[in-house]
Design a protein around this ligand. Structure first.
Ligand code: GLC
Length: 737
């Protein structure tokens, strides 16, 4: 007995010791210590040089830790759609590793088109696990810049024209990525709505547009998503670079919104030491270059927040208060990621991730038109002619920093052939030559060099079309320069490479024609009345061919809705109205104000080609029994609207019910109506479900820029329940008192 007691005593003592030992060590090493305690503990031990070292890059994609204290470096990676291939220490060139092939998930414009928060959560979980497995601490995405013009080269990376849609869709992505101990870096904060002159554009706009249109998705990312980092954009706002813009970074982001994380500059976005010190820049990347190309090698000690900053401190010209604040934010990020111990281990190229990419893609595809129910491909079809370069063009490569080296990419033609099997003959004709780039971003693009003349290509395409039961034209844009690409905006709304003429010609020889547009942007469709079926099929990533075939052959009933308006002509768009200059090298004033996207088209009574929120199904839905729980809502109160939706077709399908609200009279001008909520429901044939929306006072507010506050004015409002912004099913009046 005595012996046992002795053993127990020794064990208890050692336990206390190691517990103490754990507590004895500095708090920053104790994973159980509170975050702020760890931050203060680390900060108190760091030298001045170590503090300056952790607030700027040490390589192309990493910033220093504190080796002496065992505080690890912070590793960032692009991008919003998948984990970028490893590059060399101080170069953009691929490092040529053999373990960094990953999955390319659908572009975020496709995710937005699902209008499905569960899809966003699935996306964030999947890409977060891939980032974690690749041992990255910060994922440089997602992007939520508002779709102001259809010419912006990077719209494919963003979530559309409406702040409510983008704001609700970005939150689950962030939350799920960060569960892996990987920080999101929501970008590009803010007003980066065009590419060509993104480094020099100087944006100005009224506060109503700023607060009601361009900031809400970022605010949701910070306050609801809890994003641990934010990327500042290249452009200027009111004459000051956003990377050290007092109003955007200090007053709004960190002041009004209470952001406690780190502001990471876009690569090369910092231009001034004193401004970067005082105006909220926390972690400087990509300097001494124009952000992307030339510059001194290994110039990291020359960064604006490196030696120049240290020198100012040592000369007593600036204090260390700002330095400590920057370090606290960077240390907070390190403790949330690199030094977080209860992280999962992630995974890459898993069946689950491929399944996620495939289902997100299929749910994002938007059926724009389907006259005579040409789609899905009918059972009696024996021969399909697939025409168009985008059926064979790799789209996971190119487009700038979101370019990916993926394990495989199922091209659209691959997907069609696989699904058609041996019962249906599939012939392919390229039809035109567009992109002949053999490599993009250091990655070889599937060799699609062509020998035939363009006349021969057209002739061969028409011949194939003539002899097929159905033609699937796969065109659109690609990620070549001036298409959907970072750094260069599109040159016009039209389809490139003579596609319009080819589509017209094909429609003459075969009426059974589907046009599939691969793009992240709206395009003009002069042939829209000559083609029975049109599908917006985005950049869908590694599983593109499978997602596309799932919808075209009817294995998945499309439910996607447009996250942005398709204008008939460019001049109808608010950013190009009456010949406004574009792109904008210097000062540009967003004089359309809050009237962006459908807000503009409805305000100006311009009919779009396809409206925001539009998307068809292979079944039909009937809306009935719209109700409102009360006729008045008090300040601080709420009410409920509901509607019954029935699947009146013969196959299961999902419908996205949209809630818009109109303010019938207001002191300041407001849009006709604004999206305030949405819900996706799946219904079997003949099944009905009731969809309910809660309306709160906040949803009725507009931003009074003179008073600098959100106000909900007493008076009459209308709740519109809709299947699209131009397809209102029921309108219910109510009053705010
Ligand atoms: C690029 C992009 C940004 C990207 C960064 C790193 O300039 O604007 O989105 O994350 O540099 O590649």
């Amino acid at each position: 007995m005595k012996k046992q007691l002795t053993v127990l005593a020794i064990m208890a003592t050692s336990l206390v010791c190691c517990k103490q030992q754990k507590n004895d060590g500095p708090a920053y090493l104790n994973p159980d210590a509170a975050l702020e305690q760890r931050v203060e503990s680390a900060l108190s031990l760091m030298t001045l040089e170590e503090k300056v070292a952790i607030i700027h890059a040490q390589s192309k994609f990493s910033s220093a830790g504190v080796p002496r204290l065992g505080i690890p470096e912070l590793w960032c990676t692009d991008g919003p759609h998948g984990i970028r291939a490893e590059v060399l220490w101080d170069e953009w060139r691929q490092a040529g590793w053999t373990n960094d092939s990953i999955i390319a998930f659908p572009a975020l414009s496709a995710l937005a088109a699902t209008w499905d928060k569960d899809m966003s959560a699935l996306y964030g979980k999947s890409i977060g696990e891939e980032a974690r497995y690749r041992e990255k601490d910060v994922l440089l995405g997602p992007g939520v810049n508002i779709y102001r013009t259809p010419l912006n080269g990077r719209n494919f990376e963003y979530m559309g024209e409406d702040p409510c849609l983008a704001g609700k869709m970005v939150v689950p992505y962030i939350q799920e990525v960060q569960k892996n101990g990987v920080a999101t870096c929501v970008k590009h904060y803010a007003l980066n709505n065009e590419e060509t002159y993104r480094h020099t554009t100087d944006v100005d706009l009224d506060d109503r547009a700023l607060y009601e249109i361009y900031l809400p998705a970022f605010k949701a990312a910070v306050q609801e998503g809890g994003s641990w980092t934010i990327m500042s954009s290249y452009n200027n706002y009111r004459g000051q670079h956003v990377s050290h813009n007092k109003r955007l970074l200090c007053d709004i982001l960190k002041g009004e919104w209470g952001f406690d994380g780190a502001v990471i500059s876009d690569w090369g976005g910092v231009h001034n030491t004193l401004e970067a010190i005082h105006n909220g820049m926390d972690l400087e990347f990509g300097t001494w270059t124009d952000g992307l190309t030339m510059g001194k090698t290994n110039a990291y000690s020359s960064y604006f927040l490196a030696d120049p900053y240290l020198k100012l401190i040592k000369e007593g010209k600036v204090g260390t208060t700002e330095l400590d604040d920057k370090c606290r934010r960077v240390l907070r990020t390190i403790f949330r990621t690199a030094m977080r111990q209860d992280k999962p281990y992630g995974a890459i190229n898993s069946e689950a991730h491929y399944a996620a990419a495939r289902t997100i893609g299929a749910n994002g595809i938007v059926l724009l038109k389907n006259e005579g129910n040409l789609l899905p491909v009918a059972g009696n079809v024996k021969k399909i002619a697939v025409i168009g370069e985008n059926a064979i063009k790799m789209m996971t490569v190119g487009g700038g920093s979101s370019s990916l080296k993926c394990q495989h990419e199922i091209l659209l033609l691959d997907g069609i052939r696989e699904r058609a099997g041996k019962d249906i003959e599939v012939v392919y004709e390229r039809g035109y030559v567009g992109s002949v780039l053999k490599e993009q971003d250091g990655l070889t693009v599937k060799n699609i060099v062509e020998e035939r003349s363009s006349e021969q290509l057209v002739e061969d395409a028409l011949e194939a079309a003539r002899n097929a039961d159905i033609v699937i034209f796969v065109g659109g844009l690609n990620k070549d320069p001036h298409q959907d690409s970072e750094g260069r905006d599109r040159l016009g709304l039209e389809l490139p490479y003579g596609q319009d003429a080819l589509i017209e010609a094909i429609s003459q020889v075969n009426k059974n024609m589907v046009v599939a547009i691969v793009s992240g942007n709206a395009v003009a469709m002069p042939w829209v009345d000559k083609v029975p079926a049109i599908v917006q099929t985005w950049y869908l990533g590694s599983e593109a061919g499978h997602s596309f075939a799932d919808v075209i052959f009817g294995d998945v009933n499309p439910s996607g809705k447009l996250p942005f308006t398709f204008p008939k002509v460019l001049a109808d768009s608010p950013a190009h109205f009456e010949g406004k200059p574009f792109p904008n090298r210097g000062k540009t004033y967003y004089d359309e104000g809050i009237f962006v996207g459908y807000r503009w088209f409805e305000h100006k009574n311009i009919e779009p080609l396809f409206a925001f929120g539009h998307g068809l199904s292979y079944t039909t839905f009937e809306y009935s029994d719209a109700k409102i729980s009360r006729q008045t809502i008090r300040h601080g109160g709420k009410l409920e609207v509901s509607v019954k939706v029935k699947n009146t077709g013969d196959r299961e399908g999902a419908e996205i019910v949209q809630l818009y609200i109109s303010d019938k009279e207001s002191r300041l001008e407001r849009p006709e109506k604004e999206l305030k909520d949405f819900a996706k429901i799946s219904l079997k044939p003949s099944e009905s479900k009731t969809v309910r929306f809660r309306i709160t006072e906040d949803m009725l507010k507009y931003f009074d820029d003179a008073a600098h506050e959100w106000v909900a004015e007493d008076g009459d409002f209308v709740a519109h329940i809709a299947a699209a912004s131009d397809d209102v099913k029921a309108s219910l009046d109510f009053k705010l008192q």
